[in-house]
Design a protein around this ligand. Structure first.
Ligand SMILES: Cc1cc2nc3c(=O)[nH]c(=O)nc-3n(C[C@H](O)[C@H](O)[C@H](O)COP(=O)(O)O)c2cc1C
Length: 199
């Protein structure tokens, strides 16, 4: 693993966001001199005493705060839960005060991705909910420009605020062609921005 990486950090309960993370990582890894580090956050439990195993049963390893502090850029993903990010991701972000106090993320680029089960169920709103704490951290927000033609033609997910997936009952974890193109474009863009800003 190179020292220059985009942290692709997500929570996914049923797999849609994990699937998006793969394509974002593919976009990052298509850029030379930088790579993707894919990490998930642990679920939160209904009882505050419970702790999760150090290694998840499946999928990407759990993120550490140090991996966040050392990243060159961040792509953050969450399912839309009532138009906002899911609690496990917020719980992870709420542990980042030390990074905030030392300004560890200032001037690093960030972007977000989401999945929602209805077309107007809050894709954009959820993306913006992830943007707010990262602006407090001094990160530079990167959306998706309309030069990506899939943004205009999509009949599924995809927004100028960030990639999204429309997870209907028939397409739960299967991304459309446009959604894949936009995830890859977002991965490429955040990687290129990280390299430019690091100069
Ligand atoms: C608690 C909860 C709240 C949800 N709220 C919304 C919502 O506001 N809008 C929406 O379109 N879908 C909503 N959903 C559906 C999820 O966003 C959707 O199934 C998503 O694709 C799940 O991502 P995952 O497969 O990565 O877990 C909700 C699901 C749950 C469990």
């Amino acid at each position: 693993m190179s020292n220059t990486y985009v942290l692709v950090l997500f929570y996914s309960r049923h797999g849609s966001i994990a699937e998006m993370a793969k394509y974002i990582a593919r976009g990052v890894n298509s850029v030379a001199n930088i790579e993707a580090k894919v990490r998930q956050v642990a679920p939160v439990s209904e009882t505050s005493e419970a702790t999760s195993d150090a290694i998840p049963e499946q999928g990407a390893p759990y993120a550490t705060l140090d991996e966040l502090a050392q990243c060159s850029a961040l792509a953050i993903g969450s399912p839309s839960y009532f138009g906002s990010m899911a609690a496990p991701l917020k719980h992870f972000i709420d542990q980042t005060s030390t990074i905030w106090m030392t300004g560890g993320l200032i001037d690093k680029p960030a972007c977000a991705f989401t999945s929602a089960s209805s077309m107007h169920g809050g894709h954009e709103q959820c993306l913006q909910s992830m943007m707010i704490p990262l602006l407090h951290h001094g990160m530079i927000w990167a959306g998706l420009p309309y030069k990506n033609k899939a943004l205009i033609g999509t009949t599924t997910g995809g927004t100028p605020y960030g990639a999204s997936h429309l997870a209907t009952t028939t397409s739960e974890n299967t991304l459309s062609k446009d959604e894949i193109a936009l995830c890859e474009a977002q991965g490429r863009r955040i990687a290129e921005l990280a390299l430019k800003l690091a100069k």
